[in-house]
Design a protein around this ligand. Structure first.
Ligand SMILES: Nc1ncnc2c1ncn2[C@@H]1O[C@H](COP(=O)(O)OP(=O)(O)O)[C@@H](O)[C@H]1O
Ligand SMILES: [Mg+2]
Length: 259
């Protein structure tokens, strides 16, 4: 079954076509890669899917439903969560509170009902904590959950962003450069972790990443963008052997090869 499908999505900033008639689809349960040189339009595609930008034209369907033009909070509630290219945490809040704040703003219960501590609110609150505890534990952050997020090592901050996204119980997870800034062993661990997370939480994952070894190892299918347009798509091997892709990456400080 198709989880997400983009149909000829375009987005312009003034005269610049940041996303140019991009179409691709992702099967449920897949880990799909979106790659391309800097400025290719990858983050902008994420911003279109998550409702931060409204496509100039084209359509986006999520689980058979047209989500084009919906607000970010509506799209999040349908089950799409994301992490950002640059870590976006409340640095002085504890790791746990970063997750709880996101979880609460995602839920429908208002401050009014919480203030009344109605039984259903208390029950819901317990369910929230159970879910957050489960995700924290699965990602190995239980021991540091009381520490201010800003004091955590960079790798743990990135993992915390992942916890925050997973706590929203998405079915589709969008990761914008999850391995950037991580060292070789952290990157390897992240690859293992994402495979485990996908299986445990029954997710579909779309990820943007510059580390080609990482992408080639965990993605079943890869879509390649350049100057806003799609230039190739296929298995890691197919994409790696595409002359278009090799040409697009000439002059970039990365090589298109499996490590
Ligand atoms: N908010 C914006 N306003 C104007 N131009 C933007 C904006 N966001 C991105 N762009 C431009 O759109 C193009 C694609 O950017 P982006 O999606 O961030 O690329 P990538 O994530 O592939 O590196 C770039 O030329 C970038 O400068
Ligand atoms: Mg980007």
């Amino acid at each position: 079954m198709t989880c997400l499908a983009l149909h000829e999505v375009c987005l312009s900033f003034g005269g610049l076509r940041a996303v140019d008639r991009v179409s691709f689809s992702i099967e449920t349960g897949a880990i799909h890669g979106l790659i391309g040189p800097n400025g290719a339009g990858k983050t902008t595609v994420f911003n279109c899917i998550t409702g931060f930008y409204r496509p100039t034209s084209g359509a986006i369907r999520f689980r058979e439903r047209d989500i084009t033009g919906l607000r970010p909070d509506q799209i999040a509630r349908l089950g799409i969560a994301r992490t950002f290219q640059n870590v976006q945490l409340f640095r002085s809040l504890s790791a746990l509170d970063n997750v709880l704040v996101a979880k609460h703003s995602h839920m429908r219960t208002g401050v009014f009902a919480e203030g009344l501590t109605l039984p259903f609110v208390r029950r819901q609150e317990r369910q929230v904590r159970d879910k957050v505890d489960e995700v924290m534990a699965f990602l190995g952050l239980t021991d540091i959950q009381r520490q201010p997020a800003g004091n955590l090592p960079f790798g743990s901050q990135k993992r915390l962003e992942l916890v925050r996204a997973l706590a929203l119980e998405p079915t589709l997870l969008l990761l914008d450069e999850p391995a950037s800034g991580l060292n070789v062993s952290e990157t390897r661990a992240l690859a293992e972790l994402l495979l485990a997370v996908r299986d445990r939480f029954k997710l579909t994952i779309l990820l943007v990443e510059h580390d080609m070894g990482f992408v080639m190892n965990i993605c079943g299918t890869i879509t390649v963008l350049n100057f806003g347009g799609k230039i190739a798509e296929g298995t890691p091997r197919e994409v790696q052997n595409s002359p278009e892709v090799v040409k697009a990456y000439l002059g970039e400080a990365v090589s298109v090869g499996t490590t």
